[in-house]
Design a protein around this ligand. Structure first.
Ligand code: PMP
Length: 378
């Protein structure tokens, strides 16, 4: 046989989640921490690698020690915690367990793409209740959709990626009261928003809260996330999950980071300061509309966004995220809150790009056309 049989038809219209490998001096595209693990944690990790990580042995499937630590910190039992290979794996586990053919996931776009991708991959119907133009959740539309379509999974990123918007607690409670579906509140950016739905878990066993080590804990490269949920929900997830998805090294590193979590507080405070700098800096630029954010990234709108993105990368070696092709995010770009130097470099680059746009406009030229036809717009 000289051909390969077609995969499942659902894959035909799926595009992989960002397959690009773009290099730049300043990387502000993936909402990572600008800092590697602090030296004291790296030293401890090196020591553990040398003395007690048996790389030849399979990992503990449920990451018992890390699980117990996270449970205790959240006033829960270990049975209420699931560790995953990043939050991404846990989202997939939830869709595998509560989705599938004949079932429905409700999300509120524009939002994190993986909810819809995982749903489509598993033959789960996706019901989209678009956010309002200011990116707040349309509560009435969500409650109507819940009543009419009775979805099996409802997902809300809080704060939402890529808009940075928070949904009010009262809205989430209304949704929880309206259904027994799994309500996933994705708190990947919880350390920056400092707001959580955790206190509502006792009253609402269908509320599940997702967190990650990828942002505030500087561990995006190791892949660790966790879910807080009712023990019956966790028990179902253990049926579908990959048993060895969280490797030994990651379990140890995440454990060290979590135990020493106070040391990351400085990074969170730094991110909040730099977020203000970013919001003010972008807000002061003519032609830029910036949206408020409770996370470690900022969304803004600018004419010819894709050209601005290209100029940032090609002329200034600054990589941010172009989300302008996403419905509802026309002309929008997302920039991660980096270090002070990175933010300064990004803002200076933006200033220059906006100035050249203005100069081109002054001479009656389309700045983008001017730049990309090789002419000097000034
Ligand atoms: N949820 C949201 C809203 C996110 O933005 C991300 C990261 N981009 C994740 C979940 C998954 O993060 P990770 O898999 O790195 O834990």
């Amino acid at each position: 046989m000289k051909r390969v049989r077609s995969p499942r038809p659902e894959l035909e219209h799926l595009t992989p989640y960002e397959a690009k490998d773009v290099r730049a001096d300043v990387v502000l595209s993936a909402n990572e921490s600008p800092h590697n693990l602090p030296g004291e944690i790296l030293d401890k990790l090196a020591d553990r690698v040398r003395h007690d990580i048996a790389f030849n042995r399979y990992p503990d499937p449920l990451a018992t020690r890390l699980r117990a630590m996270i449970a205790e910190a959240n006033g829960l039992e270990p049975a209420n915690v699931l560790i995953g290979n990043g939050g991404d794996e846990i989202i997939m586990d939830l869709v595998l367990a509560w989705g599938g053919p004949g079932r429905t996931l409700l999300d509120m776009p524009p939002t994190f793409a993986m909810y819809g991708i995982d749903a489509r991959m598993t033959g789960t119907a996706v019901l989209e209740v678009p956010r309002r133009p200011d990116f707040t959740v349309d509560e009435e539309a969500v409650l109507t959709a819940v009543a009419e379509a009775d979805p099996d999974i409802i997902v809300i990123a809080n704060p939402n990626n890529p808009t940075g918007t928070m949904a009010p607690e009262t809205l989430l409670i209304d949704v929880l009261e309206a259904t027994d579906a799994i309500v996933l509140v994705d708190e990947a950016y919880f350390e920056f928003s400092r707001q959580t739905m955790r206190p509502h878990m006792e009253r609402h066993p269908h509320l599940v809260v997702l967190r990650t080590f990828s942002k505030a804990f500087s561990l995006a490269g190791l892949r660790a996330g966790y879910l807080l949920a009712h023990e019956d929900v966790i028990a179902e997830l253990t049926k579908v999950r990959q048993p060895y998805s969280v490797n030994r090294f990651t379990q140890v590193a995440a454990g060290l980071a979590f135990r020493e979590r106070v040391v990351f507080e400085a990074g969170v405070r730094e991110a909040m300061r730099n977020r203000d700098t970013l919001l003010h800096g972008l807000g002061a630029m003519t032609g830029v509309e910036v949206f408020p954010s409770e996370a470690n990234f900022v969304l803004f709108r600018v004419d010819h966004a894709s050209a601005v993105w290209r100029d940032l990368l090609h002329d200034h070696s600054v990589l941010i995220r172009d989300v302008s092709r996403t419905p509802g995010l026309e002309d929008c770009l997302r920039v991660t809150v980096g270090s002070e130097e990175e933010i300064a470099r990004f803002l200076a680059a933006m200033d220059e790009i906006m100035a050249s746009k203005r100069a081109a406009a002054h001479f009656g030229m389309n700045a983008v056309a001017a730049r990309h036809s090789g002419k000097d717009g000034e």
